[in-house]
Design a protein around this ligand. Sequence first.
Ligand SMILES: *Cc1c(COP(=O)(O)O)cnc(C)c1O
Length: 354
Amino acid sequence: MTYAPPRFDDRVPVRVNLYSDTQTKPSLAMKQAMMEAEVGDEQHGADPTVWALCDRMAALLGKEAAMFLPSGTMCNEVAILTQCRAGDEILAHHTAHIATAEGGAPWALAGVQVSSLNGDRGVFSADTLAATVRPVSRYSPAQRMVEVEQTANLGGGAIWPLATLNEVAATAHAHGMVTHMDGARLMNAVVAAGVPAAEMAAGFDTVWLDFTKGLGAPLGAVLAGSAEFIDAAWRWKQRLGGSLRQGGICAAACLYALDHNVDRLADDHDNARVLARSLAQIEGLSLELPETNLVFFDTRGVGLTAQELATRVRAAGVLISVMGQYRARACTHLDVTTPQVMEAASAIRDVVLG
Ligand SMILES: *Cc1c(COP(=O)(O)O)cnc(C)c1O
């Protein structure tokens, strides 16, 4: 059987798109910046806009060097491939994107296994980590990397507290492991918690930020670490086909996003709270309190699966995503306004009461 990519019902136009912040579209001003970008051959080390972005990101994340990649998934995989060997083990929360949403890449590409740590809302403690560490022996896989997600996507967009990040990183280092931060939505955590990105990433050997989520760029992510790490990572970037030519066109969109789309993430967080408050008033829906721009809720109490609810609200022009049998997610971002969020809440209420 051939694989058929999902097709989305477009008979009813989408009025409110809460499916994901990945669906943000580049604005006219962002496209203008892309059009005017000075470019070169990135693979050859000659694209000035890519280098400007990498320098700026290394400074923002408090690391020596950085590398531009097409996607966040590739940032995770390049970090893993560069630092782990086949047979190694990565310790991460059981909901981690690397384990649940990257096509099995850590196993398939790097030959490593990802073990599953527990903890509330995608966050585990240094104690939980310490309890998972085994004494080194010839029988066990080498525990090589500890990975955290800031914010924790399937944890409901939860923010790792700075103290927990530091304790987990210190514990990992004490056991000879490297630390990696999946910062797909790191700037959401930075804006919500008021802690600089470099401080959040200080305990982590490698960290990356996605530009295609709430920052609104069409593609691109930047991975940062020591100069030595980035140097070694270049071979994996090349091997995976992640080296670019005139990448500056896209890096210009990322630079634009850093200038214009970071502080406004606070608006998305406000809208998430507005949405959560409205949904919480619907009897039977069970809300997880949003900390950033992701609003998760449980549909069991209204007698619908998350898919049934999503399909029915789609008919009213509202797009939400399905994250489990009874777990739905609505995501706020720069292409949704407060009135649209209210409209979505009332469409959901109509379906539930319907
Ligand atoms: C989206 C996401 C990724 C992958 O990023 P892409 O740019 O879509 O490849 C990785 N981790 C988390 C937590 C994400 O939300």
